[in-house]
Write a protein that binds this ligand. Structure first.
Ligand code: GLA
Length: 367
């Protein structure tokens, strides 16, 4: 176990209102380095070694705080109160209707996305090092903020372990009934070269089902099997093999951008495994959540200049967002997103980083 002093703390810059923003650097004995900031409780960068030990940052983002303040793609962010989409920005809780901002409109159909206009990714959290080579961020969201009820206290902790795991753990309490779906939204390109496509990455999702959506990317309410569809990643499969297949769910979102549903169960279990065959880097994600959104970076358009001035092209990164079900506030058959006073919301997401030699690629994934 590392002492708190192992966590390096620096000033990252200032918010437009003058408030100071800190950045923290976590390292371990294997050469991994994670940088996290109080702005948006964002993972700013993640450096991991490839199969020959060469380290590279494998995340999209910006070089400085000024860049991060323009982050409309949710790079690296902690998202709340409700990650993913809510139909028409409306829901009813205990008989009372609520209206949220509609800040997204796939196919011209408005919805609430990722917490609204100024979600948790765009606010200043308060960070402090933990005794376990981590940083805990706290944010108090006031009753009525972005239209959500209840004063909500949220804590998000990033921990870098000696086992090459980056843990993102969230918990929250409220003083009035509310809805919650906190999400971690890093964009990964395991090659370390953001100028390349993630279509050559090999993905496994430990999920037999997915949530079909309408053209507005709102789940229909059906939980459908992935078997026989281009969304079946139960065996490791090259992402690009079927991303442009003639399949309604892919057409709606211009590629992969869906919630996959795990077998019912409890506890933290393996959710996803992604490998870049070129660098040998592997990332495994484990979670206690019921679903994972795999977003293949379809909306990146080569317009945003990020780290080193690189313009992030379509499908140059992927997101794997463990979560509750999208639009669950409007779907009584989905797991409930309601948090009540006296209850504690908890969400564990563990990223484990390794690197493999090419010979250890599973044979079914070589095409
Ligand atoms: C999520 C959604 C995508 C897109 C991105 C942000 O992952 O599923 O549709 O909105 O966030 O651009």
């Amino acid at each position: 176990m590392s002492s708190p002093s192992a966590v390096k703390q620096e000033v990252f810059g200032k918010m437009s209102d003058g408030r100071e923003v800190k950045i923290f650097t976590l390292t371990n004995q294997n050469g991994l380095e994670a940088r996290v900031t109080e702005y948006g409780a964002i993972l700013v960068s993640m450096k991991t070694p490839d199969k020959v030990g060469k380290s590279a940052d494998i995340t999209h983002g910006y070089d400085d705080l000024a860049g991060w303040l323009t982050n409309t793609n949710y790079f690296g962010a902690t998202i709340g109160r409700f990650g993913n989409r809510i139909k028409d920005g409306k829901f009813t809780l205990d008989g009372k209707p609520y209206t949220l901002a509609t800040n997204n409109d796939p196919s011209g159909l408005p919805c609430h996305l990722h917490g609204g206009i100024k979600g948790f990714d765009k606010v200043l959290w308060s960070g402090k090092p933990t005794a376990e080579n981590g940083v805990q961020f706290t944010y108090v969201s006031k009753d009525g903020e972005e239209g959500y009820p209840g004063n909500l206290t949220v804590k998000v902790t990033y921990t870098l372990t000696g086992d090459n795991e980056l843990k993102w753990e969230a918990c929250a309490t409220t003083d009035a009934p509310t809805i919650l779906n906190l999400v971690h939204h890093t964009y990964w390109n395991l090659s370390g070269d953001p100028g390349t496509s993630i279509n050559d990455h090999v993905l496994m999702l430990a999920a037999p089902n997915y949530l079909p959506t309408d053209a507005g990317l709102i789940p229909t309410g059906v939980i459908a099997p992935v078997a026989g569809t281009p969304l079946d990643f139960t065996k490791p499969t090259v992402i690009g093999e079927r991303v442009d297949a003639d399949f309604e769910a892919l057409a709606f979102s211009g590629g992969y951008d869906h919630a996959w549903v795990f077998e019912k169960g409890t506890g933290v279990r393996l959710a996803a495994r992604v490998k870049d065959p070129k660098s040998g880097r592997v990332m495994e994600i484990s979670t206690d959540q019921p679903a994972i959104q795999f977003y293949g970076g379809n909306f990146l358009a080569g317009t945003v200049a990020g780290k080193g001035g690189v313009k992030y092209a379509r499908r140059s990164a992927l997101c794997l967002e463990t979560e509750g079900f999208p639009d669950s506030p409007n779907k009584p058959s989905f797991p409930s997103p309601v948090l009540r006073p006296g209850e504690t919301y908890r969400h564990v997401m563990i990223h484990k980083f390794t690197a493999e030699q090419p010979s250890s690629i599973p044979s079914e994934s070589i095409t």
